[in-house]
Design a protein around this ligand. Structure first.
Ligand code: HGY
Ligand code: MN
Ligand code: MN
Length: 434
């Protein structure tokens, strides 16, 4: 294992290269799932993986699997996954560093001629953001059995385009059935997207789980009317009722402080004309909490509040997504923790406020995540930024955790460690320079 090491400059260069695909004038990225820009970054990723000797397969949800063979092809791969789609006002790092750190691991292994027992696989999960096609993590959700492939393919964006049709249009509707793809473990490097690591001067977040999250779609129906001739007492103003509901979401989140969050991020008022009393409003609600029992209580409070806020207007509330809180695999968590300690990076355990593909993959494979700080905790914002040294540190921890997991699998395979203790445990770092 000579000179096995992450190349920080090469990794950073790849991040900047992909940042040019969908770059916005304000320094961010707008690369929505299944658009021509998503296709372009996928094509780039596939070419880079093939250039280091990987075989690439695509499943029928568009998930891309770039596999580097191991000594034992019968072993399910150790996976490194994240996403390349972004928010409309996304940044250069959200999702991207997880996929590109995986590519950097492949490059480092190839360059140093380091073999592994298990195959190593880097995955680009389709439509993690859920911005264009709700819900978020749609494709890792199908992979984990949370959604059927047909339900996912039928999901439509606000313009009425179906997921399956958009996937075909960019040429990434693969043949392999999504989900029939065992993994020995799954690791994901991601920016924290919050302020904790930076506030505490930590470089590595040892992510132990993800909080629970639920999405709703709300429609309020009143009656269009003339803005000048309709007396206030006769109005059935859908936007005014919705405004009361949006304030209720904020109140309910504060009422379940300090860990609850509630967001109304998308709103469509129709006919959206300045001199028409709005007749119908569609808006979304995103509720999150680390404890599913509290999340359930928040949902009940929201329904009760909205009934009153509606003021007699027609109201429909549909829950389109319910992703319970997730605890990651203790063995994978230990592999991350041991790697951070061995590499000397200040670290702390943390639960993710943001959703990630790992939240679903954890249902079907031992999984853990690695966080690195982002400036001001800012994300889903074009000003999102991270330090090159921190991204490189995260990638080095990722490499160590993957190699340690591989060694444990090899030992278990050779029967040196009894199966029941084999699990996926921390590495015995041999001073590798990775
Ligand atoms: O919604 C989320 O937390 C993620 O960014 N998709
Ligand atoms: Mn992300
Ligand atoms: Mn995101």
């Amino acid at each position: 294992m000579s000179n096995l090491a992450i190349d920080p400059a090469r990794l950073w260069s790849s991040i900047l290269q992909t940042a040019a695909i969908g770059a916005t004038p304000r320094g961010g990225i707008c690369r929505l799932a299944l658009t021509e820009l998503d296709r372009a970054v996928r094509d780039w990723f596939v070419a880079e993986c093939e250039a280091v000797g990987c075989t690439v397969t695509v499943d029928d949800m568009g998930n891309i699997f770039a596999r580097r063979p191991g000594r034992d092809p019968a072993l399910p791969p150790i996976a490194i996954g994240s996403h390349l789609d972004t928010q409309p006002t996304g940044g250069k790092f959200d999702g991207v560093i997880g996929v590109l750190a995986g590519l950097e691991v492949l490059r480092a292994l190839a360059e140093s001629g380091t073999g592994t027992e298990a195959p190593i696989e880097v995955i680009d999960w389709t439509n993690e953001e859920g911005s264009r096609f709700a819900p978020a993590m749609l494709s890792s959700g199908v992979f984990a059995g949370a959604f059927t492939r047909d339900w996912a393919h039928a999901r439509a964006d606000r313009a009425g385009t179906r997921f399956g049709d958009a996937l075909s249009a960019i040429g990434y509707r693969g043949d392999a059935p999504c989900g029939a793809h065992p993994l020995s473990a799954h690791f994901e490097l991601h920016i924290e997207q919050g302020p904790i690591l930076e506030d505490e001067d930590r470089v590595i977040g040892i992510v132990t789980g993800v909080q629970g999250m639920r999405w709703y779609e709300v429609t309020v129906a009143g009656e269009e009317g003339h803005a000048g001739a309709t007396p206030m007492r006769l109005r059935r103003d859908a936007l005014l009722a919705s405004a009361r509901m949006i304030q209720s979401v904020e109140r309910i989140a504060h009422a379940h402080a300090p860990d609850a969050v509630g967001t109304v991020g998308l709103i469509d008022a129709r006919p959206n004309s300045r001199n028409v009393v709005p007749g119908e409003v569609f808006f979304t609600v995103d509720l999150r909490h680390p404890d599913d029992v509290v999340l359930e209580a928040m949902e009940g409070a929201m329904h009760a509040a909205f009934e009153g806020d509606a003021g007699g207007l027609a109201l429909s509330i549909e829950r389109v997504w319910d992703n319970p809180a997730v605890a990651f695999d203790p063995g994978c968590i230990a592999a991350v923790r041991d790697a951070a300690v061995a590499l000397g990076h200040p670290a702390r355990e943390i639960v993710s406020g943001a959703g990630h593909d790992s939240a679903y993959v954890a249902r079907v494979a031992p999984t853990a995540m690695i966080f690195v700080p982002c400036a001001g905790g800012l994300s889903h914002n074009e000003a999102e930024s991270a330090e090159q040294a921190h991204v490189a540190a995260g990638a080095a921890v990722l490499l160590h955790a993957v190699l340690a997991t591989d060694r444990r699998l090899a030992a278990a395979r050779q029967g040196r460690v009894s199966r029941e203790t084999a699990g996926v445990r921390g590495p015995v770092i041999d001073g590798g320079s990775a």
